[in-house]
Write a new protein. Sequence first.
Length: 169
Amino acid sequence: MKKSSRAFFLLMLLLVGFNSCERDDLCDLSQAVTPRLIITFVDASNTLERKAVASLTITEGSSNTLAPLNDTGATALAAIDSIAIPLDSNNDFTSYTFNNDDGTSVFMDDVELTYIVNEEYINRACGFKNTYQDLNAILTNGSNSWINNVQVITSNVTNTNDIHVEIRH
């Protein structure tokens, strides 16, 4: 009798231990990450074809801080036809200067992105992530410009699977 009560007690302890872990105690990182803005570069004369940028860097706002262009944090990419950049979640806009170096000249254009920031509660373990709605892009050509047009494709930035913006050059 003593062994069976001890076994019963251990079984009950295990059941209570496994039952106390709730779904909110675990964080699925695929849900918890604030999405980046996906930009593709396309040919201005044929918008169905992607067109690589020779050498791309992007500076944030009026600072000389280089923006990360992908998930690894690279700040300069060559022969690239798409990037994933962060949006400023503390403001309702982000300003970037797109710099294209073709080997002989550096071409620069300013793009201001406006949006509404939505703080989305995931769960207790993950906390919050931001999504963005009503994305709008405003192009200001520089004196040595290379971008013809900026087109918003998906106005809600909720994941990194969709193309959000096309830059036509």
